[in-house]
Design a protein around this ligand. Structure first.
Ligand SMILES: [Zn+2]
Length: 400
């Protein structure tokens, strides 16, 4: 019976991309070099954009990606300051311009509102990328205490968690006064043991971030609200300051800092929730946010709206890494139908719990919606269970 094993071990490895972000601690001169590099990249971006806009306006023709890239060596000889910037970093700038135009043309073709690619001001251009960092331009040094960046030198770096896999790209990023390096690495996916369990999630109404078809309710952390209040007060204070004053500049920095803080907290929270769902369920079904006609009432649901896209993106990549399935379904009527008998009824948003007039089942509105969402993916839960166990008033699901 010996020979069977070889077939099983031939399973191919699946590679995924994973990002690792670390804080940089540049010296004062390095800081100047980083700022200068960023400024040069931004100028190149705007110049390349300008050229394409003019070509498009004057002759309706497009200047191609490769045409623009061919001029880069010339730029480096004519403008010596560009010699201090890695040639691939400059190529990546042209790639970014190209991407902006691709997106523009795609929107035009789809007859959507197609904002023309815009020039980037100082605040709007905050990173540069080494597209082949694994081979050239960037090197992790001294057993992970410093990182060498072409044109900048050896910069102190805090690797608070180990870098994994094979480095593909590295992006150097400015956030307020801080600098970071983000490595994008090819990592071998580690599938979790299989799970037959499926769950539906309803992207919830305040204070719930989401509600599951099993009646679990995930609350948004309280510090969100606190940070939001701080932000509101900082914004009021900013609006009172005189234009061009030092106080105004300081107040603006404070607002920006709070925005970043909130964004980081939210991302952290999204990671935690996604990790828990992926850890347990083999299939996760959610509302597809791209479905046109997503009822307006749903979009007005709460302050956390802006984060759903990010949350679903994090959920999708974690699921991919773990070999789980994530399904987006059309959310139409999911908050109006009775999951036990299918009776449809319009209910105002403030009605949290209801009793079905046809079958008498008593349910929390969002739990019912989550059960309907799950059913849309062809993964209907046991209907009998929904009828006999109307426990769905929800159990709190604390995320620290
Ligand atoms: Zn019913």
């Amino acid at each position: 019976m010996g020979g069977g094993c070889a077939i099983i071990s031939a399973r191919p490895k699946k590679m995924i991309r994973k990002a690792f972000k670390y804080r940089l601690y540049p010296t004062q001169p390095q800081r100047k070099d980083l700022e200068r590099t960023l400024a040069l990249c931004r100028q190149l971006y705007n110049a390349a954009l300008q050229e394409r806009r003019e070509a498009y306006r004057k002759a309706g023709k497009t200047v191609g990606l490769y045409e623009q890239k061919r001029w880069l060596p010339g730029i480096r000889t004519e403008l010596p300051e560009y010699k201090g910037v890695h040639s691939q970093v400059l190529q990546n700038v042209i790639d970014r311009v190209d991407k902006a135009f691709q997106g523009f043309f795609r929107r035009v073709r789809a007859k959507q509102k197609a904002g023309y690619p815009r020039f980037k001001g100082q605040e709007r251009y905050d990173s540069f990328t080494f597209p082949q960092a694994g081979q050239t331009g960037v090197k992790v040094q001294e057993g992970g205490k410093r990182v060498f960046l072409y044109g900048i030198g050896s910069v102190r770096c805090r690797f608070h968690r180990p870098l994994e896999g094979k480095v593909k790209t590295a992006t150097v990023k400015q956030e307020g006064e801080h600098w970071y390096v983000v490595f994008s690495c090819a990592v071998e996916a580690v599938p979790l043991p299989q799970s037959q369990e499926a769950i539906g999630i309803d992207l919830g109404t305040n204070p719930h971030f989401l509600v599951t078809s099993e009646g679990e309710m995930v609350e948004a952390p309280r510090y969100f609200q606190e940070a939001q209040n701080q932000l509101a007060s900082a914004q009021r204070s900013l609006s009172r300051k005189k234009r061009g004053s030092n106080r105004r500049r300081r107040a603006r920095r404070r607002v920006a800092r709070l925005h970043r803080k909130i964004a980081n907290q939210r991302k952290d929270f999204h990671h935690k929730v996604a990790r828990r769902l992926v850890g347990r369920y083999g299939t996760i079904v959610h509302e597809d946010l791209n479905v046109i006609g997503l009822a307006r009432s749903r979009l007005a649901k709460g302050v956390l709206d802006a984060g759903w896209g990010q949350f679903l993106a994090i959920l999708a990549y974690k699921a991919e890494e773990a070999g789980r399935q994530v399904v987006g379904v059309d959310p139409k009527h999911t908050s109006q139908d009775c999951p036990a008998c299918g009776y449809r009824e319009k209910r105002p948003l403030w009605v949290r719990a209801y009793t079905c007039p046809r079958c008498g089942v008593h349910q929390h509105r969002d739990v019912a919606a989550a059960i309907n969402i799950l059913a849309r993916a062809g993964r209907a839960p046991d209907r009998r269970r929904a009828r006999t166990e109307p426990a769905g008033m929800g159990t709190a699901w604390a995320v620290p």
